[in-house]
Design a protein around this ligand. Structure first.
Ligand code: UD1
Ligand code: CA
Length: 508
């Protein structure tokens, strides 16, 4: 059923002085989005034909944000904050003459749910009201406008705290500042309100009394949950609302089938999507547009920003931004994935590994202590411990390409641009400057030489000399470990026979 809401006006021109911030209040983030985004997202819930934000303080920043992120939102400029009535005037000047229902809400009330705004609009239409106010019952109404009702319980007006008498200040039903108005009643009321009050402002709230005085139907909807109607005025409230909103987001994910073991320490941004049967462990932040597929396990102690985690992947103690993690992939512990990282299905990024703008093919492994930047790594590649891509010469970045099934020996430095063809092999400790052909072994390291008895001669009083003496006479060690030429094995590696490992000895 259409709600008949022609426009939602979101008031966001105030200074937000108590935030003590150079950032406009409505731009402060909550769950990864500015306060104003939350207000506008809720406003969309009543499917208005027009959505207009009234901006003033910090309007360059707020206007630029809206133009870039929510271009369908109209903006009205309120140069001076002359009151909530004046602010709505500014919005109507942009919108032009309207009929139907106009909803007014605030840009700094981020917990208001679309369902509540829909209930307000529905109540307004069903009752044929001229004005319907969203109210709340609170323990401490100090500072709020009070809802004044007659003996029959009908709303007859709203009186601001500063204008209220003693008896009115005892009223605990407050005005949330969210309303549904008949457009004609709103326009007429705005033309009649004055600034003859304690604050010298044009109060939007006065329209309630004006409509009632004209004999029109004025109603109220009492919010089920007063916290929904609370505004942010300082950073203490901002943090409290962050907790409240997070609890809501966690609960929604849980009810959707995600296992979230520690809601207190799991932080979710508003746009995050967690599939059923995903598991999130403690101390984990999922931010931006992160998505987690079913069966995936994320955390503990992980932060993922704008990442996609595939089904059955594992992400442990990891910081990742802009990464795509394939299904069954395993990440961490202590991995750092930077933007442009694509980890293929079943691939592994292990401890103390940083990956930037690189693709790992299916089943590829970068298990320990590596940097992979600007690289394309094929399927089933083993990228040995401590190996890195040297992708930067101080001015330019260069690419590294490693073909399927290649083996990058421990502590290989791949000096980009360089290519290792499929099945290529680099010897441990090599600095690879030239392309490696398919199936070749590339060895690029100095030969080991032994200087017999050096320790005993040069450091005769040292621990090393004493240990060497205990181990045997220097004459026992004169040959060192360099193998004779021609000792490169021709048989496959045998377990436990390290002397026969391919690449251990230098080829002749
Ligand atoms: C207003 C209501 C009060 C209600 C309370 C709920 C009026 C006169 N009073 O009081 O009944 O209980 O909200 O929080 O409406 N704004 C503008 N331009 C202006 C003035 C305000 O855009 O000229 C915006 C502010 O940025 C803010 C909202 O309107 O988002 C409310 O303004 P604020 O000054 O906080 O109103 P209150 O005095 O708290
Ligand atoms: Ca306020």
């Amino acid at each position: 059923m259409p709600l008949g809401v022609t426009a939602v006006v979101v008031l966001a021109a105030g200074a937000g002085t108590r935030m003590r911030s150079s950032l406009p209040k409505v731009m402060h983030p909550l769950a990864g989005r500015p306060l104003l985004w939350h207000a506008l997202t809720t406003a969309r819930g009543v499917q208005p034909e027009h959505l207009v934000a009234v901006i003033g303080h910090g309007r360059e920043a707020v206007g630029a944000y809206l133009a870039a992120t929510l271009p369908d939102v109209d903006t009205a400029i309120q140069d001076q904050q002359l009151g909530t009535g004046h602010a709505v005037d500014c919005a109507l000047a942009v919108l032009g003459p309207l009929t139907g229902t106009i909803v007014v809400t605030y840009g700094d009330v981020p917990l208001l749910r679309p369902e509540t705004l829909v209930a307000l609009a529905t109540e307004h239409t069903d009752r044929g009201n001229a004005v319907t106010v969203l109210t709340a019952r609170v323990v401490d109404p100090t500072g709020y406008g009070r809802i004044v009702r007659d003996a029959a319980g009908e709303v007859i007006g709203i009186v601001e705290h500063k204008d209220a008498d003693h008896a009115q200040r005892a009223i605990t039903e407050i005005n949330s500042g969210v309303y549904a108005f008949d457009a004609a009643v709103l326009a007429d009321g705005l033309s009649r309100i004055t600034a003859a009050n304690a604050q010298g402002e044009r109060y939007l709230t006065d329209i309630v009394g004006i409509a009632r005085g004209d004999g029109r139907r004025v109603g109220a909807l009492v919010a089920d949950d007063a916290t929904e109607t609370e505004g942010v005025n300082d950073r203490v409230q901002l943090a409290a609302m962050a907790h409240a909103l997070n609890a809501r987001l966690v609960r929604t994910a849980q009810l959707g089938g995600a296992t979230i073991l520690d809601p207190q320490t799991t932080w979710l941004h508003a746009d995050v999507v967690i599939a059923a049967d995903a598991t999130i462990h403690r101390n984990t932040s999922l931010e931006g547009g992160t998505t987690v597929a079913g069966g995936a396990v994320v955390g503990p102690d992980s932060t993922l920003v704008d990442c996609r985690v595939g089904a059955d992947a594992t992400v442990l103690r990891t910081h990742a931004e802009g990464a795509v993690i394939g299904e069954r992939a395993t990440i961490g512990p202590f991995s750092y994935l930077r933007p442009g990282t694509v980890v293929g299905p079943g691939a592994k990024v292990g401890a103390y590994v940083e990956v930037k703008k690189s693709t790992l093919g299916p089943g590829a492994k970068v298990p320990h202590l590596s940097y992979v930047g600007d690289a394309t790594i094929g399927a089933q590649v083993n990228f040995g411990a401590g190996s890195i891509t040297a992708n930067y010469d101080g001015v330019h970045k260069y690419d590294t390409v490693i073909g399927d099934g290649a083996f990058i020996g421990t502590n290989t430095t791949l000096i980009a641009p360089v290519t290792v063809a499929p099945g290529g092999f680099t010897a441990a400790g090599s600095a690879i400057t030239d392309d490696v052909a398919a199936g070749d072994l590339a060895v690029a390291r100095g030969r080991q030489t032994a200087v017999a008895g050096w320790v005993g001669r040069k450091l005769p009083t040292s621990v090393m000399a004493a240990a060497a003496a205990l181990a045997g006479t220097p004459e026992d060690h004169v040959t060192g470990t360099a193998p004779a030429a021609g000792s490169v094995p021709t048989t496959p590696e045998q377990p436990g026979t390290s002397s026969t490992r391919p690449g251990k000895a230098l080829p002749a």
